[in-house]
Each structure stands twice: as C-alpha cells, then as structure tokens.
Design a binder for this molecule. Structure first.
Ligand SMILES: NC(=O)c1ccc[n+]([C@@H]2O[C@H](COP(=O)([O-])OP(=O)(O)OC[C@H]3O[C@@H](n4cnc5c(N)ncnc54)[C@H](O)[C@@H]3O)[C@@H](O)[C@H]2O)c1
Length: 350
C-alpha cells in the first residue's frame, strides 16, 4: 500500500487501504458514521466496503441520485436534513463513497454542517481517485455555474481501493484519465513521456499511475492549498473545459467532466502555441494524443456563445481579464492573466 501525506491527512492507496480505514476508525472513536453514496456506488461499492470494514454496518446510509445535475444546493438540503433528523453531532463522521460528484458535495455538506464535521473520501471513479477526492476543494454547482459555491476543506483521510474501478465503463476510465494527462503536462515531462505510450484500460488506470498522479497533485496542493499561485496550474484545460461542461449541462448534452477538460486542454494548448509558450511540435504532440483518446466536440455557433457567457463567470477571472494556466513547454506552466474576453472570443470563434 502506498501512503501519501497531504497537509493535514494521509492518502492510502491499494488493496490494504480498507485495513488502514479500520485503524483510522478505531483511533478516532466517532459517535456515528454516515455513508453518502449514489445508486451506483450503493450497488457496486457499498457491499464490498461493508464486508471488509464491518464496523460500518451500523452506519446511516444516505443514498443520493447520481449525476452532475444533482450536484446542487437542493441535494445539500436533502443531506443536511437527513443529518439533522438522525441527530448527527460534532463527533459524527461523514464517509463519501463515490465519484467526484459525491466527494465534492459530501465534503461541502460536511464542512458546513454545524460549522464542520470530519469527513473522509473513498473515491470510486478514476477521476475522483486521481483528482477530486484529494486537495480539499469541495462544492456544488449553482445557477448552472460549475462549483460556484464551495469551501476549501481537506478530508481527514482518503482511502483508495483501485478494485472499485472494475465496475466502471471504458468511457468513465477515459474520463478520469484526462486529469492524469493534465497533471503530466503541467508538472512532469518524464511522466508525460510515460503516459504517451499508454493505451489499454489496464495501463490507463493502474495503481502505479494513480499513485504517481496523486503524488504530483499533492505536491502542488501542499505548497498552495488556497490557490494563491502554484495551485492555479491545476486549472489547465479547466477554463474552457468548465465553461463547456456548464454549457452542455444547460442544454442537456451528455458530456463528462474529463471529456470537457480534454477538449479544454486541446483548445488551451493551441492558445499556448499562439502565445508562443509551446513549439508547433509540442502543440501537435499534445493535441494528437488527446484527440486519439476522446470523441471530437463540434461546437455550434449557439454553443460557442453559451460557452463564452460561462467563461465570463469563471472563478479564475481577475477583474475584467481572464486568467489561464497554460503549459510552457511540456511539464511546466505559466499563468496568462491578461486575456480579454474579446481575445478569447476571437480565438474560440476562429
Ligand atoms: N474537487 C476537486 O478538486 C475536483 C477535481 C476534479 C473534478 N471534480 C468534480 O468531479 C466531478 C466528476 O467526478 P466523476 O467523473 O467521478 O463523476 P461522478 O461522481 O458523477 O461519477 C460518474 C458516474 O460513475 C458512477 N460510479 C461511481 N463509482 C462507480 C463504480 N465504482 N462503479 C460503477 N459506477 C460508478 C456514478 O454513480 C456516476 O454515475 C465533477 O463534478 C467535477 O467538477 C472535482
């Protein structure tokens, strides 16, 4: 089992992470356990968790409807209500068992209920293992804008068992793999060289790869939890990616977070080339690899307009200018915070 230390907690990765969870529960002596899951993790993950960690058989189960469109304040009200009705107290532990929607929403609910309950994440998708469950960003979408309401609050611990990935579809594996591509491109050129050779499902979701991706993200978060500077690098692909994801949510178009980020990374890579931060060869190598993994996204005129309207609301904007984290060469990044909306609009409409 690999153990990675974050600012205030530990991330356990491997089959033995269940044993680490048992030790964690014994040590902390919580008054009550709450497991937040959705209908898919209820079916595919909860039985295995309860079998391996029988201490949790007494837990209250809060089962939510799955989907990004449920990552909102209404669902939070439902969870806060359930916690209140069952007498959750300050010594209760919230256990988020699910993908990024559950870990983002469950973390937010926990960090605000009675001014904050302890919570742990047990991520069950590749995306939540390598990204969403780690680093303490919690939140929900609001008025269609991604992660508009939220907190920065780290889980007490993260327990990752890659066995949960077995019930995920190929599409969901690629969804999470987008965040692995991202971290390689902005943080580690050697890692990029390694992943460029990966093609099969097993390769794209191996335990070794998960450990390396978390190690890189955690290294950044440890230095800049509140995203004053370095952590902004993790937003590569996410300005355009989040805006596209919000636009798709609005028109009920089926696009996963990682797919939106993959498109965002290709667009922002081209922007980095235009801004002379990448050579043509680097730009082509990145875009060719990403395009080989994800279905193409065709933007209609209406979708471009919607995407631009969401870019205006991006949390990363500074005053009237947009702030992008662009790759500078492969394996490093540079902030580009002097982009006007017009300039980005011209780029997107070109
Ligand atoms: N907080 C952060 O730092 C951060 C980082 C990246 C992404 N995110 C957020 O994460 C979310 C996306 O996460 P996601 O892609 O995991 O989505 P998700 O939570 O919606 O999970 C995807 C689907 O897989 C199902 N599922 C989960 N585990 C399963 C399993 N083991 N077997 C079968 N089905 C399973 C879920 O029920 C859901 O239908 C977005 O809301 C995004 O904004 C947050």
């Amino acid at each position: 089992m690999a153990i990675i230390k974050s600012n205030s907690s530990s991330i356990y990765i491997g089959e033995k992470s269940f044993q680490a969870l048992q030790r964690f529960l014994t040590k902390h002596q919580y008054s009550q356990y709450y497991i937040i899951c959705d209908e898919h993790t209820f079916d595919h993950c909860l039985p295995s968790l309860l079998f391996h960690v029988p201490e949790l058989n007494e837990a209250e189960i809060i089962e939510l409807e799955s989907g990004e469109d449920k990552k909102n304040l209404e669902t939070c009200l439902q969870v806060w209500g359930a916690l209140t009705d069952t007498g959750a107290d300050k010594k209760s532990l919230i256990i988020n068992l699910g993908g990024g929607v559950i870990t983002d929403l469950g973390g937010f609910v926990a960090s605000t209920f009675k001014r904050g309950l302890d919570f742990i994440n047990i991520p069950t998708t590749l995306l939540s293992m390598v990204d969403a469950s780690v680093g303490g960003k919690t939140g929900v979408d609001f008025e269609g804008i991604k992660n508009h309401i939220g907190t920065t609050c780290e889980p007490k611990a993260v327990f990752i068992n890659p066995e949960f990935l077995e019930s995920l579809s190929e599409r969901q594996i690629k969804n999470g793999y987008a965040e692995i591509i991202k971290i390689a491109l902005i943080a580690d050129s050697a890692f990029w060289k390694t992943i460029k050779k990966l093609h099969t499902r097993q390769q794209m979701s191996s335990e070794e790869l998960i450990v390396q991706a978390i190690h890189l993200k955690n290294g950044i978060v440890k230095k800049d939890l509140y995203e004053n500077n370095l952590r902004k690098s993790l937003n590569f692909g996410h300005n355009i990616g989040h805006a596209l994801e919000s636009a798709c949510l609005q028109v009920n178009k089926d696009l996963l977070h990682g797919e939106a980020v993959a498109f965002g990374m290709m667009m922002e890579t081209r922007l980095a080339y235009q801004k002379k931060r990448l050579t043509k060869k680097e730009c082509e190598s990145i875009c060719t690899y990403i395009a080989s993994k994800y279905p193409p996204v065709k933007l209609t005129k209406e979708m471009k307009a919607l995407l631009l309207s969401f870019l205006k609301h991006d949390k990363k904007n500074e005053g009237h200018t947009l702030c992008f984290a662009l790759p500078k060469g492969i394996g490093t990044y540079e902030l580009c915070c002097d982009l006007s909306l017009d300039e980005v609009a011209n780029f997107i409409n070109a």
